[in-house]
Design a protein around this ligand. Sequence first.
Ligand SMILES: Nc1ncnc2c1ncn2[C@@H]1O[C@H](COP(=O)(O)OP(=O)(O)OP(=O)(O)O)[C@@H](O)[C@H]1O
Ligand SMILES: O=c1ccn([C@@H]2O[C@H](COP(=O)(O)O)[C@@H](O)[C@H]2O)c(=O)[nH]1
Length: 236
Amino acid sequence: MKYKRILLKLSGESLMGNQKYGIDVTCVESYARQIKEIADMGIQIGIVIGGGNIFRGLSGSHKGFDRVKGDSMGMLATVINALALSSALDNEKCKNKVLTAIRMEPIGEFYSKSKAIEYLEKGYVSIFSAGTGNPYFTTDTGSSLRAIEIEADAMLKGTRVDGIYTADPEKDPTATKFDKITYDEIYNKGLKIMDLTATTMCKENHLPIVVFNMDVEGNLKKLMSGEKIGTLVYEK
Ligand SMILES: Nc1ncnc2c1ncn2[C@@H]1O[C@H](COP(=O)(O)OP(=O)(O)OP(=O)(O)O)[C@@H](O)[C@H]1O
Ligand SMILES: O=c1ccn([C@@H]2O[C@H](COP(=O)(O)O)[C@@H](O)[C@H]2O)c(=O)[nH]1
């Protein structure tokens, strides 16, 4: 097996599916099926989920919301998504736990590294919600932080594009895909696939990243089986 323990980052915005807002149930169900498939292979899975399908603090601040309150709303949005995913995993009979970076028992257990690792070792898919618990961050940074804390072998960014491109492929149809790219090239080319804080944390801690399309069912299993899909971010 290529990876024993992974941190899977799921895009909140992708959870909208074809809707304009909120959660498309078929999308969450597809994610849960794919996660169950690799949990059954014995892979330890930590998950961070975004909140862009519900609220982003920065966008809120452009409309007059206080940034810190807006970011708190964004972090709560990630908890809503985590609960939706947890429920879909329950339906798949895939044992899981929701941990929160901000205390809010009984909705989820307060996150600690030791508890997270204990659950992973017991075979629970562990969903780390509320990002880092601090404003002015994103769930990309929450993902790199949790990946490093749980000593994951890699951070897998499951999104709605099939890798990293020379420009945002949703805006530029002429953009071309990289099969692999270094952290430094991401900075030097100004690519906006992940925020810079997250990229820097991964680089400094030698954590490989794979960006791949989570909306194609079966992709996650292919990655775990060693197939080369998506884009690998590596150190030179
Ligand atoms: N160079 C690039 N290559 C690939 N995707 C890019 C690039 N630049 C920007 N993007 C955008 O990044 C998006 C993927 O990022 P991500 O999964 O974090 O989505 P998001 O909408 O920010 O999710 P979230 O709701 O979790 O914040 C793609 O849908 C794509 O539009
Ligand atoms: O550590 C964090 C993580 C997230 N936020 C806020 O939540 C939203 C949603 O997260 P996305 O990564 O954009 O999906 C984000 O825009 C922030 O407002 C946070 O404050 N701290």
